[in-house]
Ligand binder design. Structure first.
Ligand SMILES: [Zn+2]
Length: 256
């Protein structure tokens, strides 16, 4: 069984160290607990890595070795595939793309820092940007916001009806995501960058700005091949299957 886990995950030990959206999930030995319950081998993988493995095995990254997959969801994560394998770093904490600082004086981030990419490009950052801009909200969206948080689909529908607040929030997302992508293009020279997650549904409103930032700031000789995932909302679960397949080819302690 492959399991996608959030937060700081010790993949080798199969332990969830902590997960900000799940209070109380500190140092949980998830692999051992599930293995006892299910009585079959269990493999734990960090969720952005699952996105990357989904693309590697079943999606856009099938034909490329060096690929960066960026998940735009409640958080902003990155799975790094180098030579077709997940790059984890010394403490298995590589890929914290969402916490790269793009504005030292920017808004606070859930990690305790300020001006991280995630503070501009997560689902909650988009909601906050729209909420904090009532003057530019359309009447229809203002009525929804007065009662509840709109869905992503409702935000996109509003943007298509020329809602200036949503359009501005997506342009801002595109600016900071593009800046971050330009920097990781300089670092990794990837063959491909795949954008995944629910916010990609608003691509028509952020991709032009994103492409402009990449054009302006990435190393001018580097390729900049950026595509949208086509795997849909189950990509992370698909990637947990990919992690099981990948483990057959990688020498690791995971999945024992
Ligand atoms: Zn942060």
């Amino acid at each position: 069984v492959g399991v996608a886990a959030q937060g700081a995950v010790d993949v080798q030990a199969g332990i969830m160290r902590f997960a900000p959206p799940m209070p109380g999930w500190t140092d949980v030995p998830l692999r051992e607990a599930l293995r006892k319950m299910l009585d079959i081998p269990v493999l734990i993988e960090h969720d952005p890595n699952c996105l990357a493995l989904a693309e590697r095995w079943f999606g856009a990254a099938a034909a490329a070795e060096d690929v960066l997959c960026i998940g735009l969801s409640d958080g902003v994560g990155m799975g790094i595939l180098l030579h077709g394998e997940i790059f984890r770093g010394a403490q298995q904490m590589a890929g914290e793309f969402g916490h790269i600082t793009v504005d030292p004086d920017g808004p606070p981030c859930a990690c305790g820092d300020r001006g991280c990419i995630e503070a501009f490009c997560s689902v909650s950052a988009v909601h906050k940007a729209v909420r904090d801009n009532p003057a530019q909200q359309s009447t229809a969206l203002r009525e929804i916001i007065a009662q509840r948080t709109p869905t992503i689909a409702e935000l996109i529908a509003a943007a298509r009806q020329d809602d200036a607040a949503v359009r501005a929030a997506f342009v801002r997302l595109g600016r900071y995501l593009g800046l971050g992508i330009a920097n990781v293009i300089d670092l990794f020279n990837p063959a491909l960058i795949v954008l995944c997650g629910p916010l990609t549904a608003g691509h028509e409103f952020f991709l032009p700005e994103l492409q402009q930032q990449v054009q302006r700031h990435a190393w001018q000789h580097s390729q900049r091949h950026i595509v949208l995932s086509t795997l849909g909302p189950r990509a992370i679960a698909i990637g947990a299957c990919g992690a099981v397949l990948q483990s057959l080819f990688e020498r690791t302690d995971n999945g024992k």
